[in-house]
Design a binder for this molecule. Sequence first.
Ligand SMILES: Cc1cc2nc3c(=O)[nH]c(=O)nc-3n(C[C@H](O)[C@H](O)[C@H](O)COP(=O)(O)OP(=O)(O)OC[C@H]3O[C@@H](n4cnc5c(N)ncnc54)[C@H](O)[C@@H]3O)c2cc1C
Length: 308
Amino acid sequence: MQPEELFDVIIVGGGAAGLTAGIYSSRAKLSTLILNEGAIGGQMVLTEEIANYPGVEKTSGYLLANTMKQQAKEFGCKIKSNLKIRTYDLNGEIKRVVLEDGRKFHSRSVILAPGGRPRPLQIPGEERFKGSGISYCATCDGEFFTGKEVIVVGGGNSALEEAVALTTHADKVTIVHQFDHFQAFKHAVDQAKMNPRIEFIMESELRSFSGNGVLQEVSMEHLPSGKTSSMKIDGVFIFAGYIPNTSDLKGTITLNERNEIIVDPEMRTSLPGVFAAGDCVAKRYRQVTTAVADGTIAALSAAEYLRS
Ligand SMILES: Cc1cc2nc3c(=O)[nH]c(=O)nc-3n(C[C@H](O)[C@H](O)[C@H](O)COP(=O)(O)OP(=O)(O)OC[C@H]3O[C@@H](n4cnc5c(N)ncnc54)[C@H](O)[C@@H]3O)c2cc1C
């Protein structure tokens, strides 16, 4: 039997935060392994266009993710994708991660960067029409709605930016938002307002989805008046916040009431030798730049921990 390899750093998650931690850690000559559940790149690959990553002109999220992956690999970082972690043992000096298929990996430190996933609206019909009219990713599914009419739910940066991106496919995009103002940055709001294919329904929430096999209609409530109405629609894109991918870490490290990982400014968690980075940590702003910054700090802190 082969002896199990002991890594200096295991990174859980291969999005912007995990890949950046991988670049820094392997460049510091620490043996580094990224274990990633889905496709490498995380939420970046769900993003049609990233225009606010400094030093890089407008680029696709897929391209940016791929460049980060190549960079990490060139420094010697090992990457394993499309796997599922069964258990973590993060106490003690040697940490252990066990996969569903029984493979075990050991390391002297761990950086948790599992990111998050879109928050569903949890209203009737959502489960039924997921993939048959309801989507959480304009990049992945926008093209299916070429020449059609869609709703975008949400009022943050993702909602407004993806609504604009959707107008390259859809004839009409209606943004439905629960408040009378948007939380998105002014630039994103202005871009959406200037777009002749975008309309707005404010202070309203979707209440249910219906259709015959595929989504055909939504019902919505105008919140101030309580009046409900229905609208024929071909598709709905939901950008209503996110849920951190931390459910399997409950009871292992300290999380807050929103299940975000609590870290200090050095990205240290409640356990020695365990760090966290990116969208999974408790913080206000979630962007590629903030994930990258967290990943950098987590890797440097892990190196410092290993030296001491
Ligand atoms: C539609 C959309 C548009 C956006 N547009 C922009 C933009 O224009 N500019 C910008 O700066 N930001 C944008 N963002 C936000 C930005 O993409 C994220 O803040 C950033 O990518 C988060 O990176 P992360 O590495 O923390 O997490 P993620 O990207 O979520 O990566 C986490 C990775 O970990 C994996 N994972 C999850 N659980 C486990 C587990 N248990 N074990 C192993 N692996 C696991 C996931 O599969 C994933 O690959 C956008 C987000 C969305 C959804």
